[in-house]
Design a protein around this ligand. Structure first.
Ligand SMILES: Cc1cc2nc3c(=O)[nH]c(=O)nc-3n(C[C@H](O)[C@H](O)[C@H](O)COP(=O)(O)OP(=O)(O)OC[C@H]3O[C@@H](n4cnc5c(N)ncnc54)[C@H](O)[C@@H]3O)c2cc1C
Length: 321
């Protein structure tokens, strides 16, 4: 069997983190393979208003489209594939996808994100789309300011979130998703913070516009906005199988240059133990891609080296802009 051809880097995941990294690596004239299962968290975003550089905001789908267009302009190709195995081999790493295709890289960059745990209802996407449900207070708490808010989750973690939400609204209810008894100390603390408490409801409902709960006594209580805080599933299993260090939520622990505890294996974005935000994912990507470029052997340019096809001609910004 002929020796495999190693790319400079295999990027796994084409959300904001992976696509930003691919853009940087291609602009460093590196050979990169991007694999993507096509399920970025960003595609759930109806409209983000905290993504720097986009006054008026933009939808998650539009952001992904823009990131992809920009990276493709510099030669990035995204292969629709789910990586199912990551192994160390002589010279770097081998990635195998679910169809059995194999890819070889001197380095690997994991940008596989996380998956939100959501209540098991078929209307979740619709409720998020109309902002009856929101998943990320840092992202869009501002837009929910002064709403009648509920935070729905296990007592202890929901209490943390409810306190955070009090900076956005005077009307916050903690709705328990578990049966943990509320002790006197927590009850008093909730009172002090102005947080109402609701024990585990019988049901979560959506009427096409708003969500509400049927409480334990059978009464219906609707809210302007509900934040479910039921946790998330890490998508770091490929790295964990190689022995990479993770935190207690199975998110990858990385050094300042984004390298995991496995030499040559980098991680960026939500899959890393850090703040889950687009701007953070993009920042991680810039750091990791530049580190990878610097650790790979120098790709000295020949007089005859080709430019990537379709590279745009840089446009000068003038005083008229
Ligand atoms: C409803 C909602 C609203 C949000 N609003 C905002 C906001 O306003 N502002 C903000 O900053 N952030 C917001 N976020 C968070 C933001 O979406 C994430 O921080 C961001 O998408 C993280 O980017 P990422 O590239 O790390 O992961 P993702 O965008 O999740 O991309 C990961 C990619 O990796 C792929 N993948 C996973 N495993 C594999 C595998 N084994 N093989 C191949 N591919 C794989 C996935 O299919 C996916 O395409 C919001 C999130 C949600 C859910």
């Amino acid at each position: 069997m002929p020796d495999p051809e190693f790319k400079g880097c295999i990027v796994i995941g084409a959300g904001p983190a992976g696509m930003t990294a691919a853009l940087y690596l291609n602009r460093f004239h590196r050979d990169v393979t991007v694999l993507d299962a096509g399920n970025s968290r960003a595609r759930w975003i109806p409209r983000t208003h905290n993504c720097p550089g986009f006054p008026g905001g933009l939808s998650g789908d539009e952001l992904l489209e823009r990131l992809r267009t920009q990276a493709v302009d510099y030669g990035t190709k995204v292969t629709q594939a789910t990586a199912s195995r990551l192994e160390r081999v002589d010279g770097g790493f081998r990635v195998t996808d679910t169809r059995g295709e194999q890819y070889y890289g001197r380095t690997v960059l994991l940008a596989t994100g996380i998956e939100d745990v959501l209540p098991p209802h078929p209307w979740m996407e619709e409720a998020i789309d109309c902002r009856a449900l929101r998943l990320c207070a840092i992202c869009d708490g501002f837009e929910a300011s002064d709403d009648d808010l509920a935070v729905y989750g296990p007592l202890r973690s929901a209490f943390e979130h409810a306190r955070f939400m009090r900076t956005y609204s005077a009307t916050v209810t903690l709705v328990q998703s578990d049966d943990e008894p509320v002790d006197a100390q927590l009850r008093q603390s909730a009172e002090g913070w102005g947080i109402a408490l609701m024990t585990k409801p019988l049901e979560l409902l959506f009427d096409g516009r708003r969500c509400g709960f049927i409480d334990a006594s059978g009464e219906r209580r609707d809210f302007d906005t509900i934040y479910p805080v039921l946790g998330s599933r890490s998508q770091a299993t490929l790295a964990i199988a190689l022995g990479a260090s993770v935190d207690k939520e199975n998110q990858l622990v990385v050094a300042a240059n984004q390298m995991t505890s496995i030499d040559g294996l980098y991680a960026i974005g939500d899959v890393v133990s850090a703040l889950n935000q687009i701007s953070v994912a993009e920042g991680h990507a810039a750091v990791a891609a530049t580190t990878i470029h610097n650790v790979l052997p120098r790709n000295l340019r020949e007089a005859t080296s080709p430019m990537p096809q379709r590279a745009p001609i840089p446009r000068r910004i003038t005083d008229d802009d």
